[in-house]
Design a protein around this ligand. Structure first.
Ligand code: PBG
Length: 337
């Protein structure tokens, strides 16, 4: 029997040795999932004591602000460090310019202030993008069918300022306009918000997997034409994702994100190899809906596949994951850190 260090050979090498008991499997495990990796997205709605199911996201509700505070406390009890808040803006407040996004008393700003007052230890992440506020459902301002880049960036800077003043911890530009991270960072510095973190949705693809989210925020699924393809990325592109990330880091992003998650694990790995900033994965609404539906039908064991999918993000190199399964998985794995 010979041992060849460069080319392990059977029977000197039997890879099953290191799989033979739970103890050794745990000891040689290369990556792990912990509760502190999780960011829990939550939907906010107007009203009091409201808990409104979202049919295309079974198990996910829209909550009024009083209930959002309860969820934030629940998250902390489970060891989840951060929540991401998304507003269901009343339709009558939506317009072509997304004006309500800039209202310092809008639903999201009131939610941010309430959560920060009642539950100050939770980290609050807020999207910067106009789609929950526009009647056409696009993330930016339109001239006919064209999404205007620089005009949109100006509006996003104001939206970010409003959110920073309301007291959120992490600004997350999710709109994919060019130059928005730099413009937002410049505003934050000039306004004294020097501690504000930016988690950029840097590599965000034009994806069909966002469908249930658009139901949740009432943004409508039928955008027509090119949809969001003139600003969100082509799912075929890998090199471009790294370019997007490098530019956002250069413009002042502290953390970056890849979205959707599971179909884009290669992109997460590329970004981790190319950069040294924390990179997050967003397991988006469509991914949640697929796993949940298969679980509910008995076609997959939800507990097993969800943990496997989340662990796969860590293996691909992700620092953490935004997931609607956050409380479920947190209960399962516990906060032993
Ligand atoms: C807003 C935004 C979207 C998501 C997060 N922020 C939708 C979109 O870009 O169309 C999707 C999240 C999900 O599907 O869970 N720009």
């Amino acid at each position: 029997m010979s041992y060849n260090a460069t080319r392990p050979q059977f029977p000197g090498t039997r890879l099953r040795r290191l799989r033979s008991s739970a103890g050794i499997r745990d000891m040689v495990q290369e990556t792990s999932l912990t509760v502190s990796d999780l960011i829990w997205p939550l939907f906010v709605v107007e009203g009091d004591k409201v808990e409104e199911p979202i049919p295309s996201l079974p198990g996910v509700n829209r909550y009024s602000i009083d209930k959002i505070i309860e969820q934030a406390r629940y998250a902390l009890r489970l060891g989840i460090p951060a929540i991401a808040l998304f507003p269901r803006t009343p339709d009558e407040l939506k317009d072509a310019h997304g004006t309500e996004a800039l209202n310092p008393d809008n639903l999201i700003c009131r939610a941010v202030r309430a959560v920060k007052t009642e539950c100050p230890d939770i980290l609050l992440l807020c999207d910067v993008a106009l789609d929950p506020y526009t009647d056409h459902g696009h993330d930016g301002l339109l001239d006919g069918t064209i999404i205007l880049n620089d005009e949109t960036v100006a509006a996003l800077v104001e939206q970010a300022r409003t959110l920073a003043e309301a007291g959120c911890d992490i600004i997350a530009p999710s709109d994919m306009m060019d130059g928005r991270v730099g413009a937002i960072r410049a505003m934050l510095e000039s306004q004294g918000h020097t501690e504000m973190m930016i988690m950029s949705y840097a590599a965000k693809f034009a994806s069909g997997f966002y469908g249930p989210f658009r139901d949740a925020v009432g943004a409508g699924r039928k955008l027509g034409g090119a949809g969001k393809k003139t600003y969100q990325m082509n799912p075929a592109n890998r090199n471009e994702a790294v370019r997007e990330v490098l530019m956002d880091i250069d413009e002042g992003a502290d953390m970056v994100m890849v979205k959707p998650g599971m179909p884009y694990l290669d992109v997460i790995r590329d970004i981790c190899n190319a950069t040294n900033v924390p990179c997050f994965a967003y397991q988006v609404s469509g991914e949640y809906a697929m796993l949940r539906a298969a679980g509910q039908n008995g076609w997959l064991d939800e507990e097993i596949v969800v943990e496997e999918a989340l662990l796969a993000f860590k293996r691909a190199g992700a620092t953490g994951i935004l997931t609607y399964f956050a409380p479920i998985i947190a209960k399962k794995i516990g906060s032993h850190s």
